[in-house]
Structure formats: structure tokens, C-alpha cells
Write a protein that binds this ligand. Sequence first.
Ligand code: GLU
Length: 462
Amino acid sequence: MKSRFAPSPTGYLHIGGARTALFVWLWAKKQQGQFILRIEDTDRERSTQASVDAILDGMQWLGLTYDEGPYYQTDRFDRYKAIIQQLIDEDKAYYCECSPERLQTLRDELMAKGEKAKYDGHCQHKNLISGVVRFRNPAEGNVVFSDLVKGEINVHNKELDDLIIARSDGTPTYNLTVVVDDHDMEIDYVIRGDDHINNTPRQINLYTSLGWDLPTFAHLPMILGSDGARLSKRHGAVSVMAYRDAGFLPEALLNYLVRLGWSHGDQEVFSVDEMIKLFELKNVNKAPGSFNQEKLLWLNQEYIKTADIQHLVDQLDWHLNEQSVDVSQGPDIVKVINALRERSKTLVEMTQGVKMFYQDFDRFDEKSASKQFKPATQPIIEALIAKYTELEDWSSEEIHTIVKQVCEEQGVGFGKAGQPFRLALSGTGNAGSIDVVAELVGKKRTLARLNMALNYITQIDD
Ligand code: GLU
């Protein structure tokens, strides 16, 4: 069994494309079949190498590995030409020289009459030898097929006009190339977005006239933004790699994507293995799915909390490089990640949190400092410095005991020492459990930061 993902490289891999790729991939995996990647780059004006790279990067980051490909349609022009010639020779296709102006006038007239804009067959019997090539669509009968998602589709041939299969420069169009490729590549399942559903009856007529077997079709519902409009750039990041950049884990995005238009009871969290086991095309919704950024963020947080630690280390690495955070000197990154994972919604947030363990800072967040570093805090900070200087067993337990002792000795609640200490350690006040953080930051750096806080307070005294 073979299925394929066939993106056009005219932009990055977007959320909708990635969802299609995932469903096609899951279907192949589920049946232990082959997943094929085909780059549909025949539109030379709109296709770019940068976009091919973006698609390949996106697939790789998501782990959607392919068994065959990537194939490029631009490598197959000879084959398309031969098929187009064959159709002309068998009188199943003909040249058309209607000018764009004539076609426009025709369209306007039909629309004014409230009819469907459609080619009138003007060049059908002219035996021309140049121009665009049109497929002779059957005039009678219906095209009927059973879509695995949408159910039975029945279209009268009167609805379909004579499709252009080659442009006047001889280059083939999408509907021709897709049929030739799906046939030649022995594709059993054509799974794609439902924006192509109107093309399918035309493609079926092409298959039939070439005497080829039909694949099974499944058209996936589109994805809407939270406002009900089709998901687009307006809704924020739609490129898959922008989600990597924003600190999402690939498995969180996959989990989110699988739920966009598919469900299994009310289960929300699926490992990739579970997705493969449970996925069924017949359970794909007919109605569009809505993109919900909050839910994706929630899933990401769940995955950050529970992911295998080495996987987190690997995924975080890209972000650390991006932010120039060098973790080769200092505490074990595994311990730092474990201290941060409960409170990080994204890897970008985690990277911010990582900084205080490896980098010194030269000033405190001003708003927090003016609130936390008051003259009354001075004796507390001084006492912490004195006791920590003496402390030999630099462990979170001992560090914690000292904060408690200082609070008792000075008759204040834990927060009165804890909050300024947290700010002193982090510079921002954003940190988890202070004793764990201080242990990892280390004695020398902790003392230096407490002294910096003391300096701040003595300066406001002046
Ligand atoms: N290249 C087409 C697109 O990106 C998809 C074609 C197909 O799956 O049949 O929309």
C-alpha cells in the first residue's frame, strides 16, 4: 500500500499542509505501507528552492520520514509530454487558441446570465496544432466516487468543462501531472485537502480515458482560525518552523495536529505510536477543524513536563544556540531542565530560565528591584550572606534551612527573605524553588548575586 504527500513549493510548510502530511503518513504507517513525498514544482514562477527546503525541514523536524522521494515533477516533464501527446493522438485532447479576452467575455456573459463560467468548446473541432491543450471531457454521464471522508460524491459531466492539461508553452498543468504521477508511482490512497475536491471528478475522467485504475480518495476538511475564517497568516504563525522557533516540541504539535479534524473518544494526548494504532480515515470529521493556540500551548506544557529528559536536552539545544547560551561550563543541564520543566510552557521560556544558571547579569529588573530591595531587606540579605559564606555543604536542604533560620531570627515570614533572594538569584524574580536554584547556581555565584543586591539597597540608602 502506498500513500503520498504532494506539496507545491510555493511557501513554507504551513499548519494545514503539515496536518495533511501527518494524516497521510499515519495512514501509511498504520497499514505498514509506503509514504511518498512528491514535490509538485511544475509552476516554475511560484516554486522556489527556499520553499522546497522549508518543506523538507518541516517534515524532518516533525519526524514525518518518507520511504520514497522526494520526487520532483520538474524531473518528469518528458513523461507528461508523452502522455499529453498520446491524448492528442487518440483525439482525447485538442489544441485551443482562444484568447484570454475571448475567454473573459465568455465568462462575463455566462455569469451575467447566472450560469456557471465554463469553456464553450469553441476549438473542439478545429484541428489546431498549437495553443493550450484541453482534455475532451465526456459530455454525458456522471462521475461518481466514494470519498473515505466525505462519502459518495456524484457530479454530472455537464458541470465539468474541457480542462487545460498543457499550457501554450507545453508545460503540463496540475490535474494532468497529479494523475500521471499517482498512476506511475502506484499510489493507492490520494489523501489531500478538500480544496481539491472539485478537481477529483476531472482527474477521474483522465484516469478513465487513459485506461488506468483509480486510487481511493480521501479529502480532509480545512482548518479554520479561532474567528471561523480559513486559517491564514492573519491568525499568527502558520508555518511549522515558526512553531519550532516559538519553543514547541514536535510531538506536541503532532498531537495537536492529529486532533484537528480527527478524534478518538475524548482522548486528548496521544503518543505517535498510539496515533498510528488508533488513526482511521473514517473517523476524520467532515466539518472543518478550528485552530486553538491555547490548547496547543497546554499540550506543549504537558509534553515538556513528561518528555524523556534526553529528548528535551536535544530539543533545547537549538534554542540555546539561537540565544547564545553556553551551558558547557556550570551545572549539569539535565538538572537545570528538571528544575525548570514544571514551569516552562515553551522551550523559549525554558531558555530564558536557563540563562541565570550560566550567565551573570549586571542589573536587576528595575520594577521588581524597587519593590523587593527595600532598606528593611538589608539585614536579611546581610544575614544570608554571612551564613552562606560559612556553609560548606552547598545543598538545597542546607540552603533552605538557612533561609528559615534567618526568618526566625529576624521575626519575619518566609516570603520576606524568599522573594528578595529569588530576585537576587535570577535578576528577574522568575525562578522556581529558590533552594534548588541556588544549589545549581553554585555558592560563588549565589554570594556574588546577594552582594549585588546588597549594593543596590545601600545605594538607595544614600
Ligand atoms: N500540490 C497540491 C497542493 O499543494 C496537492 C496535490 C494533491 O495532493 O493532489 O495543493
